[in-house]
Design a protein around this ligand. Structure first.
Ligand code: NAP
Ligand code: MG
Length: 490
């Protein structure tokens, strides 16, 4: 598959690319002078046209047998597979993560699309015993309609795949607005779905900044919104969709804790804490932000973490020895630096690690070195607000209750990890940690496609089913109950 971005790219509406002016540019965060893509920003006419196309396509697409829709999504997975390396390079160039991580993302995209494609074989409803002689009583699952899909920059291929896959397999049509800072993988994915046989109008792409996303969310024809991104934007979408009584699914930020007890394998725990907090340059919703460690092993954990962080090679994600790439933008880099300075001003001790070559130090890439913050207390902003960067805080505890209170002590509830060899303690944390995803003796990051993924409290909407796994069907369909009496008296 040829990803030719030499011409400005426009919207994809009704099965055709609508080319426009080159209003915006997406750059490589490792080399900001390198343009990855010039593209046109959707105006309100484009957005109306996208919704018109999606509405027109709804009935025939919904009427197509689910296994046929599943076959098309499976073909898309095969096309992703056949362009694996090219897509991974594209993700790295547009987003900045290392090539190894991009390859992992492409692999997970393939699995995710295959998983959701296979849902076409699952039952579409239940059959019940009726109280009336000869009556059939059953439920059917039906598509919710036109779905607005809004996605973030940090997983530009796999997050869209776990929204688009189930939306399409369950018979919905889509208007998708990807992140403006990383639109190239979205364009590649739309080309793939088109080549796989998704009919015209079923999947529409509109490009541009948050204002375009807002117009998608507030459009009169939107029937459901699935959003992954930051808490403030998610809250706005939640209010506007509640007002319009539009179904909405939100996957928002986190302030994830790795909790380490003295009975754990401490070296392994420290290694996981570094990987969880640093990989992806700390730009994962599930990245560890706080390492909550028993006071008796604090020095050992900090020393081990810092040694590992010193060894991390910071650089261009396309270089094979790079372990930490740049952040997504200059604004993100400035925000991270300001956050670190504010933490220091609040009393934290800053230790900066990483191997930065002179070339990287003097480059204008959006780099932030791996940063460990000691002497952090739970009330500091750095321990409460998400900083999307390779920055991790260490906080100490004395007993289990304090560890639990600290781990639960932010407004977020996405993921967490607990390191211990005590099964009773594991049970207690499974019971009492208020997070949607809990890892035991493992990284806080990572999500398999066949199990539910979602957060609690400020990490999600008040009423939003999780994504992924069988739960995806809950969001992308609704249930109708049918009482079917025989046409003639029996
Ligand atoms: P973001 O700024 O909230 O943006 C997410 C998407 O929303 C982008 O496409 C953005 O467009 C769009 N948008 C911005 N303003 C909007 C508005 N008013 N109405 C509708 N759409 C709007 O988040 P981000 O910086 O891309 O991503 C990082 C955040 O996502 C972090 O908080 C992270 O924790 C969270 N996240 C959560 C999960 C999860 O599953 N829980 C997974 C990954 C990331 P522009 O890009 O053009 O601004
Ligand atoms: Mg970019």
């Amino acid at each position: 598959m040829d990803q030719d971005f030499s011409h400005p790219v426009g919207q994809f509406i009704g099965g055709a690319w609508v080319r426009g002016r080159a209003d915006a540019v997406s750059v490589n965060p490792a080399r900001p002078t390198e343009e990855v893509l010039r593209y046109a920003i959707a105006d309100s006419e484009d957005i109306d046209a996208a919704f018109d196309a999606a509405q027109r396509a709804l009935r025939p697409w919904g009427a197509m047998p689910a296994p046929e829709r599943g076959r098309i999504v499976r073909r898309a997975a095969q096309l992703v597979e056949s362009s694996r390396d090219e897509l991974a390079r594209l993700i790295t160039r547009d987003e900045g993560k290392t090539l190894a991580e991009s390859q992992g993302e492409v692999s997970r995209t393939i699995e995710t699309l295959n998983y959701h494609a296979a849902q076409c074989w699952e039952p579409e409803g239940h059959r019940y015993a009726s109280s009336r002689h000869g009556e059939e009583l059953y439920t059917v699952r039906l598509p919710v309609g036109v779905v607005g899909v809004i996605t973030p920059f940090n997983f530009p291929m796999v997050i869209p795949s776990w929204k688009l896959g189930p939306a399409l397999v369950h018979g919905n049509t889509v208007v998708w607005k990807p992140a403006s800072l990383c639109p190239a993988p979205a364009i590649a994915l739309v080309r793939i779905f088109h080549d796989a046989g998704v009919p015209d109008g079923v999947l529409n792409l509109v490009l541009g900044p948050g204002s375009v996303g807002q117009q998608v969310c507030e459009h009169t024809s939107v029937n459901a919104i699935t959003f992954t991104g930051s808490v403030p934007v998610g809250r706005m979408i939640e209010s506007s969709s509640a007002e319009k009584r539009v179904r909405c699914q939100l996957e928002l930020g986190g302030h994830n804790a790795t909790v380490i007890f003295p009975d754990a394998d401490i070296e392994r725990a420290a290694k996981s804490a570094v990987a969880s907090s640093m990989l992806g340059s700390g730009q994962k919703c599930t990245s560890t932000r706080r390492v909550i460690v028993h006071e008796s092993i604090r020095d050992q954990v900090v020393a081990s973490m810092f040694d590992q962080m010193e060894a991390l090679a910071v650089g261009d994600g396309l270089d094979s020895d790079t372990s930490i790439g740049p952040l997504i933008s200059r604004a993100a880099q400035t925000h991270a630096r300001d956050g670190i300075a504010a933490a220091e001003a609040a009393g934290a001790r800053v230790r900066t690690g990483g191997r930065l070559t002179d070339a990287i130090r003097s480059s204008d890439g959006f780099y932030v070195p791996p940063t460990l913050l000691e002497e952090v207390t739970a009330d500091m902003p750095i321990a409460q607000e998400e900083l999307f960067a390779p920055v991790v805080s260490v906080i100490t505890f004395r007993d289990d209750d304090e560890a639990l209170d600290l781990a639960n002590g932010t407004r977020f509830g996405l993921s967490a990890s607990v390191f211990t060899s005590n099964p009773l303690r594991v049970r207690q944390f499974v019971q009492l940690l208020d997070v949607g995803v809990l890892h035991v003796n493992g990284l806080t990051t990572g999500a398999e496609p066949h199990v539910p993924f979602g957060g609690r409290r400020d990490s999600a909407a008040v009423q939003s089913p999780p994504e992924q796994g069988p739960a995806a069907r809950e969001f992308f369909t609704w249930t109708k109950t049918v009482y079917e009496e025989p046409a003639v008296s029996l």
